[in-house]
Design a binder for this molecule. Structure first.
Ligand code: BDR
Ligand code: CA
Length: 309
């Protein structure tokens, strides 16, 4: 299995990403780290521990990381995820204890202790922790297998007309990670807006027994409501797509292309500028995910929830 660190800010779609990772034999979750984003660090960390408890994870370290972006003020997203960051289902009292280490230390120590090329980082929030880790120990960039990030977009935005939320809330961090020199796959809105939890998906999940599946349905019910307010009939489950790429890269089409982040725009800060005009130049380490086989991805989610039941 591919060994991953999930760096997240749960978040309804982060929670489903965590369940997908926990229930997929193709991946081994070696750590879960949290970062401020959808809600404050305290809230998203508590949520991560609760979701890990529902997944029945044991022996996987959970560690809290940065409580704000590198440079800018924190922006939370209650209009999508509610005041708790995970409104909707009742959360269990976590049975997982928080690791006392800082998330950045967990990331650096895990990558440096593992064989080179064996750890994949899967951030599903702002890239604050990863940027700090790269600065703290630059050698991790040569040692990770790849970074698979839910964030950004080649076209469009959700935080603004041109910027995706995870990129927009900490654009300096995103730029540091995209420039780090390790392979980075950007699983952005171009891809994740194809991963809609529509009626067929809800029906498939409803047929799975057990709390992980019923919890996922309750998450999706709440998420559907907030996304309806944003003009979507069905909610896009962004973060699960990043994990799905690691589980089964063949369910997506990915294209190598230079990516830069707008840091000084008056209207466009946080935009990920993806150059798709030509074939990627030699040595380009960034890629963008563009096409999704959605039924194939959702089958992995259903399988994972079935295994966790
Ligand atoms: C991203 O923003 C967050 O609200 C979601 O969890 C996801 O990571 C989508 O733009
Ligand atoms: Ca997220």
């Amino acid at each position: 299995p591919r060994r991953i660190i999930l760096d997240c800010d749960p978040g309804h779609d982060d929670a489903i990403a965590l369940l997908l990772a926990a229930g997929s034999p193709e991946v081994e979750l070696v750590a879960v780290t949290t970062v401020a984003g959808n809600q404050t660090l305290d809230k998203v960390t508590r949520n991560a521990l609760a979701v890990g408890t529902i997944a029945g994870l044991v022996g996987v370290p959970f560690a809290a990381g940065a409580d704000r972006p590198l440079v800018r003020e924190q922006v939370v997203a209650p209009e999508y995820h509610g005041e708790s960051g995970l409104d909707g289902p009742e959360l269990p009292e976590p049975t997982i204890a928080l690791d006392p280490r800082h998330a950045v230390d967990v990331i650096v120590e895990t990558v440096m202790a593992a064989e080179p090329g064996t750890i994949t980082l899967v951030p599903t929030g702002a890239l604050t922790n990863l940027a700090l880790a790269v600065r703290r120990e630059p050698r991790i960039a040569e040692r990770v297998r790849e970074v698979v990030w839910m964030g950004g977009a080649a076209a469009g935005g959700n935080y603004s007309p041109v910027a995706e939320y995870n990129a927009a809330i900490d654009p300096e961090a995103a730029q540091i990670v995209l420039d780090a020199g390790c392979p980075v796959v950007m699983v952005g809105l171009d891809l994740t807006h194809q991963a809609l939890a529509d009626q067929a998906v809800l029906d498939a999940i409803a047929s799975v027994p057990g709390r992980p599946a019923s919890f996922t349905l309750e998450l999706l019910e709440f998420f559907r409501g907030t996304y309806r307010d944003q003009g979507f009939e069905w909610p896009p489950v962004h973060d699960a797509c990043a994990v799905a790429y690691v589980v089964d890269p063949g369910c997506m089409t990915v294209r190598r292309a230079p990516i830069a982040v707008e840091l000084h725009g008056e209207l466009t800060t946080g935009q990920t500028v993806v150059d798709l005009r030509h074939a990627a130049p030699e040595g380009c380490t960034t890629s963008v995910a563009l096409g999704l086989d959605a039924p194939r991805m959702w089958a992995h989610v259903v399988d994972a929830l079935t295994r966790l039941a």
